[in-house]
Design a protein around this ligand. Structure first.
Ligand SMILES: Cc1ncc(COP(=O)(O)O)c(C=O)c1O
Length: 409
């Protein structure tokens, strides 16, 4: 517990009060809080290293470029990617997925081809594929989840045909909190020559990611959910594929030569990094990854496990509550809980909890087809981070009881 209290001191926002009450921040799946080390790096980049990257010969430009490229090395190491060229910086997971939808789509998807997405996908890993399919005359197929929110892996082999070129799936669902069997999915897909994109927006926060071990073709995530600055993100792509894909955007720095007769492209990863990049934000990924490591310390994880136990006990034992995303012997659940409460609208509950100092999310969670799957218009979501304490978890459960009492009697 001591360790967690010490770590909390590093996150200034966690010391804030709302309506005179200590903030209990349980909306980490939307965006996490930022540690001082990240804020320091962000400020330092603006105060000392503010110059455009790669182009100029002057000293400040050189220092800014070193910060940026050192960050690429750190991300490569963190993901255990084989080559630094496989790490493309983007403005977030959405931008990374759209990059693949456009560029992989241009290179490999034609009329009559098929793309598979999971029924639980975030709109960011669904709408880009709808757009691609309508551009190309391709077909979007859906891999369903069962009533517990677990992927129907048994249905996957039957969905894949020689026309299936790509499958897109979240590592961890932002609604269900379940860790999807991504390695098995990759193995099945690769045995049928189908590439796999993993939406790691939540996965990178909770799971250890080794892209070589996973064997995936693409892995996308945002910095802001992993303690870094907003507007930062990463696309990992297998080099062989990235090399065959055309640029997503044209502009400065992504070119080899530009003539009226046509242009050539810069080598990877610059081919996919057109225009001025997030000079101040991207280097914050370095301290952010260090924080992610620190939060994996056993003492912090023990406290986090305790948080999970407290919330799961409450949500699974209260007959008024329906929890979405049920763990079982083979499916792990991270401390991200979406649920509904009978006779209570999710937004009313969220508003009452807010007045108690608790920040939670309510609504469709950018996963409308999944809401339809469960026959609801929205849910309430409490998503925890390792800096949340068991005391906060207890406060949440008693506050939830009070809120339900107010609404349902
Ligand atoms: C699973 C998942 N995918 C994609 C996204 C999109 O991330 P961003 O808005 O940072 O691009 C989110 C954000 O909530 C998410 O949870």
């Amino acid at each position: 517990m001591m360790e967690v209290e010490k770590i909390r001191q590093e996150f200034p926002e966690l010391g804030e009060r709302v309506y005179g009450k200590p903030l209990v921040y349980l909306d980490n799946a939307a965006t996490s809080q930022r540690p001082r080390s990240v804020i320091r790096k962000w400020t330092e980049m603006s105060e000392k290293y503010n110059a455009n990257l790669h182009r100029a010969v002057h000293r400040i430009a050189d220092l800014a470029t070193v910060e940026y490229e050192t960050t690429r090395d750190a991300v490569r190491k963190y993901l255990n990617a084989a080559f630094r060229e496989e790490i493309v910086f983007t403005s977030g997971a959405t931008a990374a997925i759209n990059l693949v939808a456009f560029s992989f789509g241009e290179a490999f998807i034609g009329a009559g081809d098929e793309i598979v997405v999971c029924e639980a996908e975030h709109h960011s890993d669904l709408v880009p594929w709808q757009l691609l399919c309508s551009r190309k005359g391709a077909t979007l197929k859906v891999l369903p989840v069962d009533d517990g929110g677990r992927i129907r892996l048994d249905l996957l082999p039957g969905l894949l045909t020689p026309r299936t070129k790509l499958l897109c799936v979240a590592h961890i669902s932002n609604v269900l909190g379940l860790v999807n069997p991504v390695k098995e999915i990759v193995n099945i897909c690769h045995s049928k020559c189908c590439a796999v994109l993993i939406d790691g927006a939540q996965g990178i926060v909770h799971a250890r990611v080794d892209v070589q071990e996973l064997g995936c073709d693409f892995y996308a995530f945002s910095g802001h959910k992993l303690y870094a600055a907003p507007g930062t993100g990463v696309l990992y792509g297998r080099r062989e594929l990235l090399e065959q894909m055309p640029p997503f955007m044209g502009g400065g720095e992504m070119i080899g030569t530009v003539r009226w007769s046509g242009s050539t492209w810069a080598p990877l990863p610059q081919k996919f990094e057109a225009g001025t990049q997030n000079i101040a934000g991207t280097p914050t990924l370095r301290p952010a990854l260090e924080m992610a490591e620190a939060l994996r310390e056993p003492a912090v994880q023990a406290s986090y496990d305790e948080v999970k136990k407290i919330i799961l006990n409450k949500l699974q034992s209260d007959p008024r509550i329906r929890l979405y995303g049920e763990p079982d012997a083979t499916t792990e659940k991270v401390p991200l809980f979406s649920f509904s409460v009978e006779h209570c609208h999710h937004e009313d509950l969220a508003l009452i909890l807010d007045k108690m100092g608790i920040a939670v999310r309510s609504g469709q969670m950018c996963a409308e087809p999944l809401m339809d799957r469960f026959g609801v218009t929205g849910m309430l979501r409490a998503s925890f981070a390792p800096y949340n304490t068991p005391a906060e978890a207890e406060y949440f459960t008693t506050s939830l009881d009070r809120a339900i009492q107010m609404l349902a009697g």
